[in-house]
Design a protein around this ligand. Structure first.
Ligand code: PXP
Length: 252
């Protein structure tokens, strides 16, 4: 299971910059089109309850403009469900959301939230939307995702990336081992495995060496790097890093 690894480019922070001044620029739709031209296999955007970056109209415009899959990140709320069903993206990634957090800080509580999540997964699936659950790379969470019949899980790479950034070697090694074991377990249960959060060129290259992972979703680093080298170059370099990482997998 080590085919081509897909890159989903998260364009939330293009909207963050736009919203800092109001007005229409920079336009996340333009970023989505450019990202696809540069090699993105899909576009990811998170419509948060507080609309701090992507707004309802952005989601509709992105969906209408792009030729590649749209991955709609959302909290499991009735309001988001209605919007997702009307936008009809290719995929929806259910994420936990807290108003006070700066970014999505941990995985979904799929064990405690099992009964709450179940109808959302069922409704989205009925609407023809492929559901993924953003979870910690833990055995219990993966098994709960399987029992919820989620076809995809996205493993939260934040703790690993943070440890790498801080130079915490032992912690980084144990977090990477959690991701490796989690990806292998998801594959054993027949769940497609994605990963994301906090990835940069180096960590994306390394995680691309896990053959069960089919897609990486990357945003903040790519948009930040774009300030220096442009969005297209930032994405092309990421694609190269991922391809290098994947080539380390035997038989890839
Ligand atoms: N995947 C999910 C589910 C996310 O919530 C986010 C952040 O919005 C990402 C991937 C991308 O994380 P980052 O912006 O740190 O690359």
């Amino acid at each position: 299971m080590s085919g081509k690894l897909r890159l989903g480019v998260n364009i939330d922070h293009v909207a963050t910059v736009r919203n800092a001044r109001g007005g229409a620029r920079p336009d996340p739709v333009r970023a989505a089109l450019l990202a696809i031209e540069a090699g993105a296999d899909g576009i990811t955007a998170h419509l948060r309850e507080d609309r701090r970056h992507i707004r309802d109209d952005d989601m509709r415009r992105i969906k209408a403009a792009i030729s590649k899959p749209l991955n709609f990140e959302m909290a499991a709320t009735e309001q988001m469900l209605d919007i997702a069903l009307s936008v009809a993206p290719h995929a929806a990634c259910l994420v936990p959301e807290k108003r006070t957090e700066r970014t999505t800080e941990g995985g979904l509580d799929v064990v405690g939230g099992h009964n709450h999540l179940k109808p959302f997964i069922a409704e989205l699936s009925r609407g023809g939307i492929r559901v993924s659950l953003f979870i910690e790379p833990d055995r219990e969470a993966i098994e709960s995702a399987a029992s919820l019949r989620a076809p995809v899980v996205e493993l939260h790479t934040g703790a690993w990336c943070h440890a790498v950034e801080l130079g915490q070697t032992e912690k980084a090694a144990s977090e990477f081992e959690r991701l490796r074991a989690g990806a292998a377990h998801a594959a054993r249960l027949g769940i497609e495995c994605h990963a994301g959060h906090g990835l940069d060129f180096d960590t994306a290259r390394r995680i691309s060496g896990l053959p069960e992972i089919a897609e990486l979703n990357i945003g903040h680093f790519l948009i930040g790097e774009a300030i220096f080298v442009g969005l297209a170059e930032s994405i092309r370099t990421m694609r190269k890093a991922m391809d290098e990482g994947r080539r380390t997998v035997q038989g890839a």
